[in-house]
Design a protein around this ligand. Structure first.
Ligand code: GLA
Length: 381
């Protein structure tokens, strides 16, 4: 989706937003800022956004990362529904993109290579032969600058990162903005905008691992998932799409009605074997490219938490946490076991720079990359 440059211009110069008391006796609508340690020499800050129902999102400037997201279950009990850590050190020790903004190109690019205007660009091959999530030092490992504001639609945190020309092998400088907006309608909107000084592929996505039970020791196999997609992109042995848009009908990839994630994950299926479970991109059913569309509904029948995801993006990578292995991540001592979190990454299709038939991810100078995803937190009866 491409908008005008004027839309990006209004992203600059926002002032800090003080805590706002809505009414006594009710949760306070607020944005608070606190230190969250250091990444090398650079200070990291964490922002806490709260809405009038007490829903709380904590987001840090390292990786523009959602650290925690507290929502109520059907009895009104608030718990954190994303995998994350209380200390920056755990993230610095290396975690698989927990809650982070991934870029400059989320997902895989085959052999870490693409050609633009006759020139071949080589990216870091950090996932076997492929490049994954922007390379070795992707946007998830960068410090973003932050401003906050109040809007009629909720509390806003705007994070900005300027990626230099040539960083991780990508052409042109890219100025990227991620805007998190927590509304009193119990939604967290995530907006992405970017401009470039030279033609470059761009694909920005959030990599939160959800566990709606609020208990990160509890596997996600009992969650029920619906995906608004008639087709998905099957992959080769290195998880690069073959180019086919395959019908989900009659397969374990058909989530057009709610299915328990665990119900078919062990089916004998070449694609499930290649992904070690689900680790694929679904082709969302959109009326028009770039229009906001219902993408996914995730429900935990036990806690009664439900998450609805809408997006302007054409694809959704559903990853069932197959590489979580129970090893301590970081020095906080926390462990996240196999399949105790799942990702629903709204994004463009993997390897689009090498697949001419996929929706284009090319951003040209003078244009604005613009995408939006809305997470809505609901409860079941
Ligand atoms: C993505 C990929 C997975 C895995 C995770 C991080 O979602 O599709 O294969 O690499 O990131 O572990």
């Amino acid at each position: 989706m491409v908008a005008t440059l004027a839309a990006a211009a209004c992203l600059v110069g926002m002032a800090a937003f003080p805590r706002l008391v809505v009414a006594s006796g009710r949760p306070q609508r607020a944005i608070d800022k606190a230190p969250f340690g250091r990444a090398g020499e650079q200070p990291v800050e964490i922002y806490t956004l709260t809405n009038i129902h007490g829903i709380e999102a904590r987001i840090m400037t390292y990786g523009a990362t959602i650290v925690s997201l507290k929502t109520p279950d059907r009895a009104g009990q608030f718990r954190n529904i994303v995998l994350g850590f209380d200390s920056i050190d755990a993230y610095l020790a290396g975690v698989p993109y927990f809650g982070a903004t991934v870029g400059r190109y989320a997902n895989r690019i085959a052999n870490g290579r693409f050609t633009l205007d006759g020139k071949t660009y080589q990216l870091p091959q950090n996932d076997g032969v492929n490049s994954l999530h922007g390379g070795r030092q992707g946007f998830d490992k960068r410090i973003w600058s932050a401003t906050t504001s109040q809007t009629p639609h909720g509390q806003e945190l705007r994070l900005t990162y300027v990626s230099a020309a040539g960083e991780e092998g990508y052409p042109g400088a890219l100025t990227a903005h991620v805007i998190y907006r927590l509304g009193d309608d119990d939604t967290l909107a995530i907006e992405y905008q970017a401009t470039a000084t030279a033609p470059t592929p761009v694909n920005l996505a959030n990599h939160a691992y959800f566990n709606l039970s609020g208990d990160p020791t509890h596997p996600i196999l009992g969650h029920r998932l619906t995906l608004n997609a008639d087709r998905y992109t099957p992959v080769d042995a290195t998880l690069i799409p073959t180019g086919e848009l395959r019908s989900v009908a009659g397969t374990a990839f058909d989530f057009r009605a709610p299915y328990e994630i665990g119900s078919r994950i062990n089916d004998s299926d070449e694609q499930l074997a290649r992904g070690h479970g689900y680790d694929h991109n679904w082709v969302l059913n959109q009326q028009q490219p770039g229009t906001m569309t219902l993408a996914a509904v995730l429900q935990d029948p036990d806690s009664g938490r439900s998450l609805e995801i809408r997006t302007t993006q054409p694809g959704l990578q559903f990853y069932s946490g197959n590489f979580l292995n129970g090893k301590p991540a970081g020095n906080g001592g926390s462990v996240f076991e196999y399949r105790t979190g799942l990702c629903l990454e709204t994004q463009h299709f993997p390897d689009s720079p090498n697949q001419a038939a996929f929706p284009s991810t090319l951003l040209l100078p003078g244009h604005v990359y613009s995408e939006k995803t809305i997470l809505a937190f609901r409860t079941l009866k």
